[in-house]
Design a protein around this ligand. Structure first.
Ligand SMILES: *Cc1c(COP(=O)(O)O)cnc(C)c1O
Length: 392
């Protein structure tokens, strides 16, 4: 951590980048901070030999519920399964429509299609990349059974307006909070802003396990009971099938590791936020304000920066330049879902969601993991500055 000092007051100076090699997400750096505790937790589960659900999972559930401001948390096998289970619990299936965003990870719309319902896309806001609440009402039809906003990159969607539309039409809200654990909207935690919320513990999320894992949260006792049954083949009692369910359980090894990591989540989130502010400072110092758009952090929200996504018209050229300099970047997401071949059956075409399409061609994610050092961030922004100098 010694290199993680704050940005100093010295003016930026030219540092030849490309001498530093670091990954986009350094999970080894995270593991080295908690290695001892993780290994002890794993050893305990192996000694107990209780692998599926059980006390570790129940403990984790009882710790996630208060963090998300909810009464019930239900572990499951992945964030994708959490979305499917949420739709199943609400009885959504063939003939139904669910309104969501086309600018998201494939699992969001994939879950809707997998239960046999129809994803109905609504374009995004330019600044936050989240579903545009002003366009929501006109997407609702007599077949709409839910709206599924995504809190993309770690910032909550415009939940007050989404909630209002949902209430006006009497439809539930399923939050896709996979990227946003710990984020807040108007003081309330994501996970508590809809009827059901879905979290992912995929390793690249802010709270990641050592494999796949997911969690659902809700304040509704009946929905919680149903979700608990659906994740174990629809059984409330062993071998008594009340519902058609699936096998989607969180295992004890993942829960034990997650419980260790959960103790650090607040600290890691603060480090991501500090890194975001450091980027903002550096972009300003390097006079890049007119060259790239930085993430828009809305006032009434706490952004947890699962990703730090910038925008520029010369995205592809910039990315290639950075790649040659050894600066890692990613593109989230290179294509909006409505133009993907899997969703051709929905009948959408290019031009239908111009903001999502523009974002897909302009966005670039920079490294933002908690352990990112001052020097690494400096190298990233210095290389971006060099790119724009050479562009002139
Ligand atoms: C990661 C992610 C998911 C899926 O989570 P998995 O645990 O990988 O199945 C769903 N939605 C969004 C927005 C995600 O980022």
């Amino acid at each position: 951590m010694e290199t993680n000092a704050r940005v100093g007051s010295a003016p930026p100076q030219y540092v030849p980048s490309g001498q530093m090699q670091f990954p986009f997400l350094d999970l080894k750096a995270q593991h080295s901070r908690i290695r001892h505790d993780v290994l002890a937790a794993v050893e305990k589960v192996l000694d107990d030999q209780h692998f599926i659900l059980g006390p570790e999972v129940e403990q984790l559930e009882s710790e996630i519920a208060p963090l998300t401001g909810t009464r019930f948390a239900i572990g499951c096998a992945s964030g994708s399964d959490a979305l499917v289970l949420a739709l199943m619990a609400l009885g959504i299936g063939p003939g139904d429509e669910v309104v969501t965003t086309p600018f998201t990870f494939g699992a969001t719309a994939g879950a809707i299609a997998r239960v046999g319902a129809r994803p109905v896309f609504v374009d995004i806001e330019t600044e936050t990349y989240n579903i545009d609440p002003d366009l929501l009402p006109q997407a609702v039809t007599s077949r709409t059974r839910a709206v599924m906003p995504v809190h993309l990159f770690g910032q909550a969607a415009e939940m007050a307006a989404i909630r209002k539309t949902a209430d006006d039409f009497g439809i539930p809200v399923i939050e896709d909070a996979a990227q946003a654990i710990g984020a807040r909207y108007a003081g309330k935690a994501v996970g508590s802003l809809g009827e059901i919320a879905c979290f992912s513990f995929f390793p690249s999320k802010n709270l990641g396990c050592a494999g796949d894992g997911g969690m659902l949260t809700t304040n509704d006792q009946a929905l919680a009971d149903k979700l608990r049954a659906l994740r174990v083949h629809g059984c409330r009692k062993k071998y008594q099938y009340d519902l058609i369910g699936m096998n989607s359980r969180l295992d004890a090894l993942q829960a034990a590791i997650l419980r260790v990591k959960l103790r650090h989540l607040g600290e890691w989130t603060a480090e991501r936020q500090r890194n975001a502010e450091r980027y903002r400072g550096l972009f300003h110092e390097f006079d890049l304000d007119s060259k790239v758009d930085l993430p828009c952090a809305r006032e009434n929200r706490t952004h947890v920066y699962n990703q730090f996504v910038i925008q520029t018209a010369v995205r592809d050229e910039l990315r290639e330049y950075l790649q040659r300099r050894g600066i890692p970047t990613e593109i989230y997401y290179p294509t909006p879902l409505h133009t993907e071949s899997a969703y051709r059956f929905l009948g959408y075409g290019a031009g239908d969601f111009p903001q999502a399409e523009a974002a897909a061609s302009r966005t670039l994610a920079l490294p933002i993991f908690a352990e990112l050092t001052d020097a690494q961030q400096f190298a990233v922004v210095a290389a971006i500055s060099e790119f724009f100098r050479e562009q002139r």
